[in-house]
Design a protein around this ligand. Structure first.
Ligand SMILES: Cc1cc2nc3c(=O)[nH]c(=O)nc-3n(C[C@H](O)[C@H](O)[C@H](O)COP(=O)(O)O)c2cc1C
Length: 304
């Protein structure tokens, strides 16, 4: 297919090659062709009715995005990526497939499909030179985070805290550096006394010290800030670090792990602390979900 596609974001994902591999992410390229703009109307209905968004929310969906061909205006390309064959099979078993089939009938569309296994890991160094992805733009990134290992809500007594798992995913996926905010103040505490102590710290505006020195952030243009939600915001020790760093002019990406509060006031509190930073919307994930949640984190990073 030699069509030049309008959305240049395709370049990043087009680096997929035919392969016999059975494991790993799968990408379907689906070409919908109609007449008198019907393919575009089909896409508009998929989007306006929330059907496309509902698919994007399905477990294991990495991408569900439409592109318009410049050379073939009656054709729309859907790039549909899934974390695994199991995720794709589960999608095919949903009632959503009937909705899509009915819409295809309604708009009288023909289809052509190509199936790919992603093989980014097979790219040679020579390939890499020509590829400029969105994540390259975040190459000077660092993840600052706090995470409490030990007794916690929903996950029990864990050796690695929930937020650290997410911080490690980010580091792994985009190749960022890391700075972990460490305090031994809460070591070995059971959940109930910990929440009481954290409540008092927040009420008193206490700033517990962290180990070591604040990192030098001069070289970084993107700073991820992550922590658990404790009583509606980040733990106080993170605010201790905040007073020691300068994020003016940097892109700041807050994230949280939580058990129901989402981002709570974490992103807005970061905005207040760093009014001259470009603080983005942020990302949150349930703490009890993180151990099986790498695909969700990857999907979020790709959307940045
Ligand atoms: C002291 C304390 C306070 C918490 N407060 C909240 C809260 O206000 N809202 C919420 O959704 N979860 C709350 N949680 C749950 C944590 O945000 C959640 O378990 C998180 O994933 C823990 O991450 P960590 O393992 O990285 O510390 C609280 C947990 C603790 C220990």
């Amino acid at each position: 297919m030699r069509a030049r596609l309008l959305n240049i974001g395709l370049l990043a994902l087009s680096v997929i090659v035919m392969s016999c591999k059975q494991n790993g992410p799968i990408t379907m390229n689906l070409y919908y062709t109609g007449q008198n703009g019907s393919a575009l109307k089909f896409v508009q209905e998929m989007e306006s009715t929330g059907t496309a968004d509902a698919i994007r929310q399905e477990e294991g969906n990495l991408r569900y995005e439409y592109f318009i061909s410049q050379d073939q205006p009656e054709t729309v390309l859907l790039i549909d990526s899934w974390a695994s064959q199991e995720a794709l099979d589960a999608h095919h078993a949903t009632p959503m497939m009937q909705t899509i089939a009915s819409l295809r009938e309604k708009y009288d569309l023909t289809m052509r499909a190509e199936r790919y296994h992603r093989a980014d890991e097979d790219l040679t160094a020579a390939d890499q030179i020509f590829i400029r992805t969105k994540t390259d733009k975040m190459s000077k990134s660092i993840v600052l985070f706090f995470s409490h290992a030990g007794d916690n809500y929903s996950v029990g007594n864990v050796e690695v805290g929930n937020t650290k798992i997410v911080a490690d995913y980010i580091t792994d996926i985009i190749g960022a550096d890391q700075f972990e905010i460490v305090t031994h103040k809460y070591d070995g505490m059971a959940y109930t006394p910990l929440i009481e102590l954290a409540k008092k710290e927040a009420a008193d505006g206490e700033l517990p010290p962290y180990e070591g020195k604040a990192p030098d952030l001069t070289a970084y243009d993107t700073v991820f800030i992550g922590g658990p939600v404790w009583w509606g915001t980040y733990p106080q020790v993170m605010f201790t670090l905040f007073k020691d760093i300068n994020l003016d002019g940097k892109t700041v990406i807050p994230f949280t792990t939580h058990e129901g509060s989402g981002l709570a006031s974490c992103a807005s509190d970061v905005k207040k602390k760093f009014p001259k930073a470009n603080v983005t919307q942020g990302f949150s994930i349930y703490g009890h979900e993180v151990r099986s949640g790498k695909a969700k984190v990857e999907k979020w990073l790709k959307s940045l």
